[in-house]
Design a protein around this ligand. Sequence first.
Ligand SMILES: [Zn+2]
Length: 138
Amino acid sequence: MQADILRFAAAHLTPYRLRGDELIPDYCPFCHGGDSHDRYTFALNLRDGVYVCKRGGCGVKGRFETLAEHFGERAELLRPAASPRKQFALPDVELKPLTEEIILYFEKRKISKATLETFRLGADEKGNIVFPFFRDGT
Ligand SMILES: [Zn+2]
């Protein structure tokens, strides 16, 4: 609820200030402070989504959903759709020093330890060979 309201407020109620759980735009979005341009008469509660204008000549009150509709937005559409996409994380393998096993493995293939070090080969925690790849020479 709170995130929806803040997103909505950023789009429609700026400038505003936050006081406790209340979001208070400079001007009520309905009466705009009336003829005397009263400020801070409107408050939208971040927790329950209830809004009210304390100006006598206005006195609007309602729920966030109604407010969103007033601005042509449907409250449920303000919520970001749950993303079915998986977050791709870069493989997080800690490069460990070469194990004896790996060095022997390459020695049998006529690849020296020096060569392995040149290519900065390493091992992961299971003793698997890790070939780091470098982008842009880093
Ligand atoms: Zn008002």
